[in-house]
Design a protein around this ligand. Structure first.
Ligand code: VGL
Ligand code: ZN
Length: 200
């Protein structure tokens, strides 16, 4: 068992990001057993859940004439439009059926209809906190290991934000998988390295 100051953050291991899901990430299912096993090593395990209301502004279907993977300009900057996914209470939003969910905290994000939230720490305006920072700090947690989906979006944004907040962050690429939209994977790896995230 690792030190009490260490936590495992399991990002968005939900049906819609796995095989057969609305926004399936290649290789998403395959990392479930390894993540389950890794949970045994950590005294603190936190799971995140992408959790959008129907008609969310990140859905292409909410913008007439737009298609998934198109870009639009939002008040907070550029936003990729996604297929409808992880709608609150839907099967797609549920955790992968084989994932262990006996962690300490489930943090939901993306519930504001007007703002997407890739990061487990801040919505995509980079200002509105999810509350995770306070949770970790009040538990005395300083070291984070991140796994899950998708490597180039929610894992990337979570890792970079955590590093900026002063946490020591490791991303396990063997227990993560990427979407790779238009070079996003390479950009994410470079961005995480530049932010001081350990990529192993
Ligand atoms: C994610 C796109 C949209 C993710 C969530 O979990 O990486 N990607 N919503
Ligand atoms: Zn989403």
């Amino acid at each position: 068992m690792r030190e009490k100051t260490e936590a495992l953050i399991v990002i968005d291991m939900q049906n819609d990001f796995c095989a057969g899901g609305a926004l399936a990430v290649a290789g998403g299912d395959g990392i479930v057993p390894g993540i389950n096993a890794l949970m045994d090593e950590f005294p603190a395990v936190i799971l995140t859940q992408d959790w959008h209301p129907a008609g969310h502004s990140s859905f292409a279907s909410s913008h007439p004439g737009k298609r998934p993977m198109d870009m639009i300009e939002m008040s907070y900057g550029q936003q990729i439009l996604w297929p409808d996914h992880c709608v609150q209470g839907s099967r797609g939003a549920a955790f992968h059926p084989d994932l262990r969910t006996d962690g300490d905290l489930v943090i939901r994000k993306g519930f504001d209809p007007a703002i997407d939230s890739y990061s487990a720490f801040f919505e995509n305006d980079h200002q509105t906190p999810t509350g995770l920072e306070g949770y970790l700090r009040t538990r005395g947690i300083e070291w984070l290991t991140m796994v899950g989906l998708a490597l180039d979006f929610c894992v990337n944004f979570s890792a970079v934000d955590a590093a900026k907040l002063g946490f020591d962050v490791t991303v396990r690429t063997d227990l993560s998988a990427g979407i790779d939209a238009d070079g996003s994977l390479r950009a994410a790896m470079n961005g995480m390295a530049a932010a001081g995230v350990a990529i192993v």
